[in-house]
Design a protein around this ligand. Sequence first.
Ligand SMILES: Cc1cc2nc3c(=O)[nH]c(=O)nc-3n(C[C@H](O)[C@H](O)[C@H](O)COP(=O)(O)OP(=O)(O)OC[C@H]3O[C@@H](n4cnc5c(N)ncnc54)[C@H](O)[C@@H]3O)c2cc1C
Ligand code: HEM
Length: 426
Amino acid sequence: MLSEESAAVVRATLPAVAGALDEITTRFYGAMFRDRPELLDGMFNRGNQASGAQRRALAGSIAGFATALLDDPDTRPDTLLDRIAHKHAAVGVTDDQYTIVHKYLFGAIAEVLGDAVTPEVAAAWDEVYWLMAGALIGREARLYQDAGVTPGEVWRPWTVVERRTETPDTVSFLLRPADGGPAPRARAGQYVSVRVRMADGVRQVRQYSLSSDPGDGLRRITVKRVAAAEGTPDGEVSTLLHEQVSAGDELTLSAPFGDVFLDEPADAGSPVVLVSAGIGCTPMTGILAHLAAVDSTRPVLVLHADRSPADHALRAETRALVDRLPGARAVCWYEHPEPAEATEAIEAAEASQQVERADGAEGAGTEFRSGLMDLDGLELAQDATVFLCGPLPFMRAVRGQLLAAGIPARSIRYEVFGPDLWLPAS
Ligand SMILES: Cc1cc2nc3c(=O)[nH]c(=O)nc-3n(C[C@H](O)[C@H](O)[C@H](O)COP(=O)(O)OP(=O)(O)OC[C@H]3O[C@@H](n4cnc5c(N)ncnc54)[C@H](O)[C@@H]3O)c2cc1C
Ligand code: HEM
């Protein structure tokens, strides 16, 4: 709990601190990586450092946590803390490292705010930092314990048993533990970190959602190649995975983590709505595959948006899974529907992959529409749990439509494929 004296000081200085957080976090990372370069090897994501996304996520989370404390000194903003704790566990953060971060963060605060940081102000923000750190350390300890690993020791070698091209810029890797042991338990919707050594010798870590049934002894990830755009380079890890990793190779994977997963059996019979765009389909396919594996009869509505049918990764598999589930139906939107003959060829290829339902019944199937996703006119069960994943502008737009359709905010779970720049404001 934040003490009353500290709350008053934090309230008075929050605007100044929040306003300077960008500069503070820039200096913080600069000084920390200068003194502790080992943290950039196999832990921090240098793409997110270069783009500034991690800096903004850190700043937003501190401001969000402080604001929540001021509203209610006893509160712990669970969504915010869970998201960070799962990400921390997935990169192997340990409790001793909070002292390192504290040193450089508070050094940067003193540098940027100068004389405004009186001992009283420093003590109040110290309290905020350690309340947040304590909440994260506790959650991370539980996550490591549940995963059955020593804190920070999350890595294990896996063998690629199959590599499959899904679309021109997406490949799947099917993996099994290299030591022949069982795959650790994962929940549908969760992700793993992949750690690879880059050409310059530095190891880089990225997260990939599990795109197959996590109850299976194998794991599958599906990776979209991030191509260079105006002023931005090719994505380094996705390019390496596409260009250099094939069947028989070894990859280093973390234990599975992620706070957005299908919660069973707590809401075992309730409807599920899976909403995605582009490569955001991966956790949804994992959830669908899991529902199919347990012969679920839950009502499931799959909503997906993509550029075109040819760009839609795991499209045939998604259709097959929807057909297998008696309570499922799907609607897909394409910005650029293929010309009729191309659609026919895709449909014919997919038809060969369709499976018949064990009960012989026909499912509601998949409907295709053109344009951007538009939920108008769709019947959405008000007690549904909604899973949402895709680019931020897509998620913002669709979340607005879901809220307008009467779905309560607490029922919408979302996954962001990068540092979460949305959460503190939501
Ligand atoms: C929970 C989670 C689940 C995910 N699941 C999946 C998944 O299932 N499938 C999937 O494909 N991806 C997934 N991702 C995204 C994935 O982790 C990577 O972010 C993605 O593969 C890009 O990594 P990269 O190393 O190729 O790109 P990076 O090298 O990290 O680059 C990322 C972006 O930053 C830009 N950038 C890099 N350097 C600079 C610079 N100097 N200046 C300006 N811009 C720069 C790049 O151009 C690129 O646009 C997930 C992410 C998270 C957090
Ligand atoms: C109170 C202290 C801390 C706060 C508030 C904090 C906050 C955050 C936030 C908001 C994220 C982004 C989560 C997301 O993906 O949405 C993050 C990621 C991360 N944090 Fe922390 N963190 C703290 C301490 C630490 C410590 C002690 C370490 C270890 C040195 C650490 C290392 C990382 C790493 C490696 C990532 C992933 C970076 C990336 O993928 O770009 N953090 N943290």
